[in-house]
Design a binder for this molecule. Structure first.
Ligand SMILES: Cc1cc2nc3c(=O)[nH]c(=O)nc-3n(C[C@H](O)[C@H](O)[C@H](O)COP(=O)(O)O)c2cc1C
Length: 217
């Protein structure tokens, strides 16, 4: 297909889906945002690899700067791998991590730029901005991967799973345990399964109102 024809197809696809759907209905908004909670305890109900893949395939569609996609995910499922992970998890987070069917280590690769010709063949020279500047590569890839981590949480909810995100762990320990000898570094952990509401300890905490934290100038 010529470049012009491919562009026309891409534009037609956008018009098609925007004609099919204008916004999410109330149930979809509840599932993703309004009623969804961060979970601590888990039902004895498994999560398949296919479900994890389905969630990733949604999350990967979220935008990143220059389409760089530096997020990397390690899904920790086996008891042996969970135990390796748990030695680096803060005490209050240990039980729930062991009980969750799967725990994702959401991480970033600060050598992401070596793949520019794959993910952004229109501007492969952008890789040069990062290849000589480790500090810039690090901060850029971490920010972009955090964005992707947010998409990933919502994608898990979109496929019907529950999530328990956790920052309470020793990043350096997890990096040594799982990413030794690589340029990959952990950001946060994400327990995945079907939440057991007995682990919810109270009503939703305060969320800022629009007028408190937003301005229109
Ligand atoms: C990146 C991230 C890190 C978090 N770290 C922890 C944690 O270490 N331990 C914990 O119990 N909850 C943790 N949480 C859960 C938050 O405290 C929770 O999402 C927040 O209080 C809102 O809860 P709600 O979504 O159920 O209203 C984390 C959430 C996120 C997104």
């Amino acid at each position: 297909m010529s470049d012009d024809a491919a562009l026309e197809v891409a534009r037609a696809k956008i018009e098609d889906y925007r004609n099919r759907i204008q916004s999410l209905d109330g149930n979809s908004r509840d599932l993703l945002f309004c009623e969804a909670r961060n979970h601590n305890w888990w039902q004895d109900r498994d999560v398949s690899d296919d479900q994890l893949q389905e969630a990733f395939e949604l999350a990967r569609m979220g935008p990143t700067s220059a389409n760089t996609q530096p997020m990397r995910i390690t899904f920790v499922r086996t008891k042996e791998a969970k135990e390796r992970l748990n030695t680096h998890v803060n005490g209050p987070n240990q039980n729930k991590t062991m009980l969750a069917p799967v725990t994702a280590i959401v991480a970033y690769d600060n050598t992401f730029f070596t793949d520019f010709s794959k993910f952004n063949p229109i501007r492969p020279e952008m890789a040069d901005r990062f290849s000589g500047n480790a500090e810039m590569a690090e901060s850029f890839s971490r920010i972009q991967a955090i964005l992707q981590g947010g998409y990933f949480i919502m994608a898990l909810r979109a496929v019907g799973l529950d999530v328990g995100a956790m920052g309470g762990f020793n990043n350096a320990g997890v990096d040594e345990e799982f990413f030794s000898g690589t340029a990959v570094k952990s950001i946060f952990l994400c327990n995945i399964g079907y939440g057991d509401v007995s682990g919810i300890k109270g009503p939703r905490l305060y969320r800022y109102g629009f007028e408190e934290v937003c301005e229109i100038v």
